[in-house]
Structure formats: C-alpha cells, structure tokens
Write a protein that binds this ligand. Structure first.
Ligand code: HEC
Length: 167
C-alpha cells in the first residue's frame, strides 16, 4: 500500500486547514491605558486650585507682583492667626516680604463660606510645611479663633493690623 502515507498526510493537512486556522481571538489586544497621575488632596489640592496661579508652584510668587510664600515671615509667623487672617480677609496695601515691598491686592477666601475653617487649616498647614517652610501645623480651631476675633472687620487685612501679632 504505497499510497497510504500520502493519503494520511493529506487528511492531516485538511484537518489543520479547517480546524487549526481561523482568526486568532485568544490574544485580545485591546489594552486599557493606565494613568498613574496622583491627584493631590487636602491642603496641596487646595493650594493648586486657589493659590498657585499667583504664588506659583514653587511658592516663590512673581517678582514685583505676587510675594513669595517660601520663607515668608507672614506664612511662618509663630501665631497662626497671622496667615489665617490674610486668607480669610485677603490683604492689600504695602507689605514687605523677605525685604521686598509689594503693594497689590489679594482676594479674600474666608468671607462667607468660600473656605471652611478646616479647609483653611489644611491649606495653611500645607504652605507652612512646604517650599522649605517650617511653620507649625494649623488647626480648624486656630482658624475659627482668627475668624471670630476679626468678625467685625470689613475689607482686606493690612500689615498694620497684623504687626501686633508678630511681635
Ligand atoms: C489673584 C492673585 C492671588 C491669589 C489667587 C492668592 N494670592 Fe496671596 N497674595 C497676593 C498678593 C498680590 C499679595 C500681596 C498683597 C499686598 O500687596 O498687600 C498676597 C499676599 C499673600 C500673603 C502674605 C504675604 C506673603 O507672601 O507671605 C500670604 C500668606 C498669601 N498671600 C497666601 C495666599 C494663599 C494661601 C492663597 C490661596 C488661598 C493665595 N495667597 C492666593 C495675590 C494672590
């Protein structure tokens, strides 16, 4: 039977062609792009949303226009009521930060319900421990105290009102 191996081979090839072919569906190549962006929360997120546009990502501000938070005597004041008052009411008029005078206007963030005591506390704690700063953590109670003590104040803060707290 010399033809038997050939017939068997032909049958085998036919089986491979029918059953073994077809589309490769096993290795589905649809891949989901994984983003590894870490979304900041708390004080860092609040800083990015509310302060970064003026005081910059580095906390260095913009020369002549926006004073630096990095190394600022107002940010790092021993009494957290100082930066709390600035955030709650904003600040205007001449202010000397790290030896350079600015005379501009910062909008208020704590008038009405723009930022809660807890949010202001988180934000202040963040800026007092970032950009090389070494100020102590700030609590919501500290912010409430500053809010209560300046409840009758209208308009932005001024350096004259802050100076007595910085001695
Ligand atoms: C629209 C721009 C603008 C935004 C937004 C802004 N500031 Fe200011 N900030 C200023 C200006 C201008 C001054 C200086 C005001 C003056 O000359 O009296 C200032 C002053 C300050 C000061 C006191 C001076 C210093 O450099 O330490 C602090 C503290 C401060 N800002 C913190 C913040 C924080 C925290 C936020 C975010 C909630 C913020 N600012 C958002 C413009 C801005």
């Amino acid at each position: 039977m010399p033809n038997a191996p050939i017939a068997a081979t032909a049958l085998l090839l036919a089986l491979i062609a029918c059953g073994g072919g077809g589309e490769q569906t096993g290795g589905d190549t649809t891949t989901t792009a994984t983003t590894t962006t870490v979304t900041p929360t708390g004080g860092e997120a609040l800083y990015q949303q509310r302060c970064l546009s003026c005081h910059q990502a580095t906390g260095e501000g913009l020369p002549g226009t926006y004073p630096p938070l990095a190394g600022s005597e107002f940010v790092n004041a021993a009494d957290p009521g100082v930066p709390a008052r600035i955030l709650i009411h904003g600040i205007s008029g001449p202010i000397t930060v790290k030896g350079t005078e600015y005379n501009n206007l910062m909008p208020p963030y704590g008038v009405g319900v723009q930022m809660s005591d807890d949010e202001v506390a988180q934000l202040l704690t963040y800026i007092r421990s970032s950009f090389g700063n070494t100020g102590s953590a700030v609590t919501a109670a500290d912010v409430k105290k500053a809010r209560d003590e300046t409840a009758s104040h209208t308009g932005p803060m001024t350096v004259e009102l802050l100076k007595p707290l910085m001695k």
